[in-house]
Design a protein around this ligand. Structure first.
Ligand code: ZN
Ligand code: FE
Length: 255
């Protein structure tokens, strides 16, 4: 049986994710924006927490960890490169490493850009990638530390995953991202219908995360730097993809 994924809304617009393997009863948590909703989600299901995987050092992804560890002596995994500014790690990893979760391989991917030490976790058995503030629903993380070239390389790595991969990203920013995406790619029919679905989902309080990689490839402007319509609209027909990406990122920063 495939591991089950639960999206846990935290704070005003963050997401944590629980991953539960039904055969072994093992449970992992990706990021800890806040302890209470995570503990409640575990209690509701009668799950015990075994593992915590951290994507990056920002407070809104780690600040609930101590309170979670007061309840569970879970093993904490994060990027070796950021161990100096992450909470205390039991396991230090780097891109290319493979973890084991209840007999299922978990690929660690280096996805710098938002922060330099940002990592993602790909759990093929669940068809899910935990991307936090790298690839996001209709967006990508702001470049606080990395360069456009670094984020473009990170997104280029993630886009190689299977199209039906669930993109479990770190924030509910999708409605705002949709408004911006429509300024870049206004004639894209899939983007238009996705943004209508997003408006409806948010009006009902339904998370728009996770999405699928295929949907992101069809609608997320940060993955679509090669699209001829987008290039024409930006006046960048002959530019490199990375420069088109950088222009889209700069426009989003000013949006
Ligand atoms: Zn962040
Ligand atoms: Fe964040």
């Amino acid at each position: 049986m495939a591991p089950e994924i639960v999206t846990v809304p935290c704070l005003s617009d963050n997401y944590a994710f629980l991953i539960h393997d039904p055969a072994s009863h093992r449970t992992a948590l990706v990021d800890v924006p806040e302890a209470a909703p995570v503990l409640a989600a575990l209690d509701t299901r009668g799950w015990q927490l075994d593992e915590v995987w951290l994507t990056h050092h920002h407070d809104d992804h780690v600040q609930g960890l101590d309170a979670v560890l007061d309840r569970y002596s879970a093993r904490v995994t994060g990027a070796a490169a950021d161990s100096h500014r992450l909470p205390a790690l039991d396991v230090q990893v780097a891109g290319g490493d493979t973890l084991d979760f209840a007999g299922h391989p978990v690929q660690v991917m280096d996805v710098p850009g938002h922060t330099l030490g940002h990592i993602a976790f790909y759990l093929e058995a669940a068809g899910a990638a935990f991307t936090a503030d790298s690839l996001m629903a209709l967006g990508c993380g702001r470049l606080f530390e990395g360069t456009p070239a670094q984020m473009w390389a990170s997104l280029s790595q993630l886009r190689q995953l299977p199209g039906d991969t669930l993109i479990c990203s770190g924030h509910e920013y999708t409605a705002g991202n949709a408004k911006f995406a429509l300024t870049i790619d206004p004639d894209n029919p899939q983007l238009i219908s996705r943004s209508e679905q997003i408006t409806a989902a948010r009006a009902s309080g339904i998370p728009t995360v996770p999405s699928t990689l295929a949907l992101e490839l069809a609608t997320n402007p940060f993955l679509r730097a090669a699209d001829p319509d987008i290039r024409r609209r930006l006046g960048m027909n002959d530019a490199q993809d990375v420069d088109v990406f950088a222009e889209i990122r700069a426009r989003k920063d000013a949006f």
